[in-house]
Design a protein around this ligand. Structure first.
Ligand code: KG4
Ligand code: ZN
Length: 343
């Protein structure tokens, strides 16, 4: 049996997991930094990397304890080295390299975006490849033709904000707590999704596989403060009733979800692909899951959305490293980080 320790420190979660070659999770720990970033309304990179430094050893220790094996029992160490925040990536990579040197074990690289899609394979224990992959996270809203778990061709992505970024920024405008996605979803529960007709950009261009959320964000801003005014949106939102906030949140969520669902359907039709795999933090959104499931029914395609716990950042999805282990794709110890690169 092959057992791999996977490390994930691309953004603001310090995570580790031990996975077997049959994709069994022996132990998994995620240390969230939400509380540290809350007061700033978004991830502060310097705070994130310092917190990773403090957390990485205890997280690895706890993961090994839960797995019930020794570090010397491992067959390899895997680490997400792209894409992500530079300082955060470096902490995971340095920890992984140190373990490799100390234990004389091979090093494996994980592409964080490919790992988000691989979460579907782990959860459903079936091979989804080849598939159309949609990654909707805090940093990406991207469509890929995923030929194999480690061979992705980009089909299109956002031309401005990522979907999660839009959720986070609109939540901040509405005065909702960080992280914005989950708190906006919660606020939207009591709202009317048709209260405001916010724009659904690029849906009228089916041939263009791209997303845009800046117009939607501006529409929410104008609803709160009006064009040309300098009032802070959160200040304006503080004067609204809970119901008004809920209506804006629900109408924003509906528009954002319609863009993601509509463009994915257009991509399925354009590529003719028969399986759609979705991962990333925004895929945890319940309205998104609901509308996506409904939309694909008419398309006769197989839909795999990572379970909510595997949508947001975790190290279990680093099990993709098993594929690289089996293919003999080991890395030299001078492996670097690639903050913006998608391999
Ligand atoms: O994949 P992820 O954990 O980290 C990145 O790789 O970026 O995604 C984080 C993003 C954040 O923008 C967060 O607000 C969003 O996913 N998110 C959600 C929900 N849960 C997390 N967005 C909408 N609804 C949710 N329930
Ligand atoms: Zn992610």
């Amino acid at each position: 049996m092959t057992r791999i320790l996977t490390l994930e420190t691309t953004c603001d979660e310090t995570a580790a997991a031990v996975i077997t070659d049959s994709l069994e999770v022996l132990g998994s720990v995620v240390a969230s930094q939400d509380k540290l970033h809350q007061q700033f309304g978004g991830v502060v990179p310097e705070i994130a990397s310092r917190a990773h430094l403090e957390n990485i050893v205890p997280v690895i220790d706890e993961t090994m304890r839960r797995a019930g094996i020794l570090l010397s029992d491992l067959d390899a160490i895997a680490v997400a080295n792209t894409p992500g925040l530079a300082g955060s990536l470096l902490v995971g990579l340095s920890a992984a390299k140190s373990l490799c040197v100390a234990l004389q074990k091979p090093l494996l690289a994980v592409n964080h975006l490919q790992a988000h899609i691989y979460a579907c394979k782990i959860a459903f224990q079936e091979n989804p490849f080849p598939c159309l992959g949609l990654i909707v996270s805090g940093g990406h809203s991207s469509l890929y033709c995923c030929t194999t778990p480690i061979d992705f061709t980009p089909l299109g992505g956002t031309i401005d904000d990522a979907a999660g970024e839009a959720f986070d920024k609109v939540a901040a405008m509405l005065g909702l707590p960080y992280p914005g996605g989950p708190s906006l979803q919660k606020a939207a529960e009591k709202g009317n999704p048709n209260a405001y007709s916010f724009p659904r950009s690029l849906l009228e261009e089916p041939e263009r596989l791209a997303f845009s959320f800046s117009g939607l964000k501006t529409a929410v801003r104008y609803r709160l403060v009006g064009p040309g005014k300098t009032t802070e949106p959160a200040t304006a939102a503080a004067g609204l009733s809970e119901q008004e906030i809920a209506d804006i949140a629900a109408s924003f969520q509906e528009a954002a979800v319609d863009c993601l669902v509509g463009k994915s359907i257009q991509a399925l039709r354009k590529t003719g692909m028969k399986t759609l795999c979705i991962g990333g933090g925004v895929a945890a959104n319940l309205r998104f899951r609901q509308k996506m499931e409904h939309a694909v029914q008419k398309e006769r395609v197989r839909l795999l959305i990572a379970p909510v716990a595997l949508c947001t950042d975790n190290a279990v999805m680093g099990a993709i490293a098993i594929e690289r282990f089996n293919a003999g794709l080991f890395e030299p110890l001078d492996l670097n980080i690639h903050p913006g690169l998608i391999r």
